[in-house]
Design a binder for this molecule. Structure first.
Ligand SMILES: [Zn+2]
Length: 339
């Protein structure tokens, strides 16, 4: 998509869809997808994905892919408690920690962290997983092979690497700030390397909380020290991640700096064609950076420090931050935005 259209969609002033189904043209239904969709403008449940019977919106499509972007402006209000303004109130001891395992696994699913993989493995068969920023849809086969129901969304079909188009692409095009999904309807939301691309990340996190069932998981990651890329907006520190999730009313289980993606490497890998071949230098720099802390801890404890002991040291120089959060079982979901 162009710079203008992406920016406009985030601001809710996306150009009007003008295309309507022709006479005798089949309505867009997707029996392969779960029945979770709703109008992104008026929140009315949708049975067909080309028309909202309540607000009379007609939706475009891109091939077989319904295009469900909002046209109306949205009013958003927040209740911000004094505690949210203070870094001292962030539960660093219980929340800033590594899951029992993390890092890129060798399961074949691009970008999938082992910690997120473990959460998926614990979901009952038939659970609905909504992916935001699915790219080519490369998670689809992996999740389906585990008995999970998958819905992949993205803002366009042409923002993916060529090799990812082989995975079938998104099921639905939509905006993370106005998910065309009913309240309390999905068991997990997955968004890897997406949140830095959102114009209003805290608004989108609230959308996630809204569509999750009580107890449902939000699994994600976002840039921290990666370069500004693909028109990214807000790169997130652990504190920023915590506040974004907390403001959405989510229960935060883990926030951690990715171990195998230090900022030194991210800068070179994502810099330009000149810096990419010297990413090994980033690994060297990271080792050089970690070493004094490792030695200090080794001398003190007589054992080589594990990753938890280096949490803060790694966090300062992480390329990306990952998280696992959950919608509380009891608390009410945030209300949808006013239309
Ligand atoms: Zn509607």
């Amino acid at each position: 998509m162009t710079r203008a259209s992406r920016t406009d969609s985030a601001a809710g002033v996306r150009p009007t869809n003008t295309r309507s189904p022709g006479k005798g043209e089949a309505v867009v239904t997707r029996p392969d997808l779960p029945d979770i969709f709703a109008c992104c403008d008026c929140a009315t449940p949708l049975s067909a994905l080309d028309f909202c019977p309540a607000c009379q919106r007609r939706f475009d499509r891109d091939g077989d892919c319904p295009v469900l972007f909002p046209q109306r402006a949205r009013d958003v209000s927040w209740t911000i408690t004094p505690e949210m303004l203070s870094p001292e109130d962030i539960a660093t001891d219980t929340v800033f920690r590594y899951p029992s395992r993390s890092g890129q696994g060798k399961c074949g699913a691009y970008h999938l962290d082992l910690a997120h993989q473990d959460v998926f493995a614990g979901l009952p068969a038939g659970s609905i997983v909504l992916e935001i920023g699915c790219g080519g849809g490369q998670m689809r086969d992996w999740l389906r092979s585990r008995g999970l129901t998958y819905v992949g969304t993205d803002v366009s079909t042409d923002r993916v690497h060529d090799w990812l188009t082989a995975f079938g692409g998104p099921d639905v095009l939509c905006d993370a700030h106005a998910l065309p999904v009913r309240d309390n309807s999905v068991d997990a939301v997955y968004a890897a390397a997406v949140w830095e691309h959102l114009a209003f990340p805290q608004m989108a996190a609230r959308e996630v909380a809204r569509v999750l069932r009580p107890g449902g998981y939000f699994l994600g990651s976002a840039s921290f020290l990666e370069p500004w890329h693909d028109e990214s907006y807000y790169h997130m520190t652990p504190n920023g991640t915590h506040t974004t999730l907390r403001l959405a009313g989510l229960e935060i289980l883990y926030v951690w700096p990715e171990v195998k993606w230090p900022g030194f490497v991210a800068l070179l890998e994502m810099g330009n064609k000149a810096t990419r071949p010297i990413r090994w230098l980033g690994r060297l720099m990271n080792a050089y950076y970690l070493f004094p802390k490792q030695m200090k801890l080794f001398v003190k404890m007589r054992t080589w420090p594990d990753r938890d002991r280096l949490f803060e040291t790694r966090g300062k120089m992480a390329g990306a931050i990952a998280w696992i959060a959950r919608r509380p079982q009891t608390a009410a979901a945030p209300e949808g935005e006013k239309h």
